[in-house]
Design a protein around this ligand. Structure first.
Ligand SMILES: [Zn+2]
Length: 417
């Protein structure tokens, strides 16, 4: 069986044919010719047009076979289009000035879902940049072809990026049947989120029923203004994160103070005991926590306050939950633990938005109880952290859409991987 036969089986063209295949060093080159009587097409308007002249032969890289790199060789023609003038012809296997065929780009992008971009480049003996271009191509296609018509619930989130001094705002769809990353923007200002709503459009924004966010003021303002019909919910995940941040601050301060005063460093290695959920503690951490709870420490009292707050989420009625919240805040205000008091103050100020959680609980039960935003947030962090070469914003953006966008993929006649 000839290579031509295989190619015609899995990668056939209507107006072009495969000709000779040969080894050139460690690569296989296959000449492609226009089919006799098939018309050339203008790359600008996709209409048939008479041939004007021929350009020099170009190489297009295709999927490697058994360790050999594979190239198509083709002399592009220029056409004299009635509407567009003299233009390069359109070929079905690649677009623009790209060296990689569409199919090869889809192949690389598919592998980039499972491996890091660097690992993909090494596995297929190509460069990191080519893998990036391939993922970018697939993401771009997906963004142009995705359907945004049925979005009713959003989650607005942020992640620190590049050593924690920069932020990215991420907007997710969190409807029960579709959770995905919709949009990414630099920074976490009002302008950032306004840009999202500008992109999303007024009509779609007015159809939104729920927007989940944290207590970040710029976000709250924009959501109120742009998603006027939506219930703004403060997400449980973000509230717990705020409490954890306060505990961490208390613990770090107290640990330093104890050391300074010459006490036994009981808080050493206690960070995760106090931050993790009880059911996620290792045996060692559990023992450490049990030990810690015997001391009358600010960190311990802060931890117990956080634990108590967990009861809040169990309420069915918003009214009772509201009473619980008031009592809890009063206790915290009396605790004299400054970082916790700060959280309690913020919670008091946002009480109605926090209580919206109970109004949305039924409709959004899946998203709210399973912590969809938290899950997406973790995945986003892993994506930006583990990926070599995402120092540029564009790189991070493409990687995030690729990993979390749930984007439609360009059609392929044959699945190569
Ligand atoms: Zn044309």
């Amino acid at each position: 069986m000839q290579l031509k036969t295989i190619l015609n089986r899995c990668h056939k063209f209507k107006s072009f044919v495969y000709d000779q295949a040969r080894f050139v060093g460690e690569a296989i080159e296959v000449t492609v010719l226009p089919r006799a009587n098939a018309k050339a097409m203008c790359s600008h308007c996709a209409e048939p047009a008479p041939v004007y002249d021929h350009l020099a032969e170009r190489r297009f890289e295709f999927i490697p076979i058994w360790g050999y790199r594979m190239f198509f060789l083709y002399r592009m023609r220029r056409v004299d289009c009635r509407d567009c003038g003299v233009k390069v012809e359109r070929v079905p296997w690649a677009r623009g000035k790209r060296e990689l065929t569409d199919t090869y780009q889809q192949f690389l992008a598919r592998w980039a879902e499972k491996l890091s971009w660097l690992e993909v480049a090494r596995s297929f003996r190509t460069s990191w940049e080519k893998v990036f271009q391939s993922v970018e191509f697939v993401v771009q296609w997906g963004l142009e072809h995705r359907d945004l018509s049925e979005v009713t619930a959003l989650g607005v989130d942020e992640i620190a990026w590049r050593h924690g001094h920069n932020y990215l705002t991420l907007v997710y769809q969190i409807d029960a049947d579709n959770t995905r990353l919709l949009w990414i923007g630099k920074d976490r200002t009002m302008k950032t989120l306004l840009r999202f709503f500008h992109f999303f459009g007024e009509q779609r924004s007015l159809k939104l029923q729920y927007v989940c966010s944290d207590m970040w003021k710029p976000y709250l303002k924009v959501i109120k203004k742009k998603a006027a019909n939506a219930l703004n919910i403060l997400d449980r995940f973000h509230i717990v994160a705020k409490l954890n941040k306060a505990i961490d601050e208390v613990r770090a301060g107290e640990h330093r103070q104890l050391q300074k005063d010459g006490y036994e460093p009981v808080l050493k290695n206690s960070r995760w005991c106090l931050l993790k959920r009880k059911e996620n503690l290792t045996e060692k951490q559990e023992a450490k926590l049990k030990d810690l709870l015997q001391y009358n420490l600010k960190s311990v009292r802060a931890y117990l306050l956080k634990e108590d707050f967990d009861g809040f989420w169990g309420y069915v009625s918003a009214a009772w939950a509201g009473k619980f919240l008031d009592r809890w805040c009063t206790r915290v205000m009396r605790s004299k633990i400054e970082p916790m008091k700060k959280v309690a103050k913020t919670m008091r100020a946002h009480k109605p938005l926090i209580l919206n959680w109970f109004k949305a609980k039924k409709a959004l039960s899946k998203a709210l109880s399973s912590g969809v935003v938290e899950g997406l947030n973790n995945k986003a962090k892993v994506t930006t952290r583990n990926s070599y070469g995402f120092r540029t914003y564009r790189g991070a953006e493409i990687a995030l859409y690729h990993a979390l966008g749930n984007l439609p993929k360009p059609p392929m006649a044959h699945r190569f991987c």
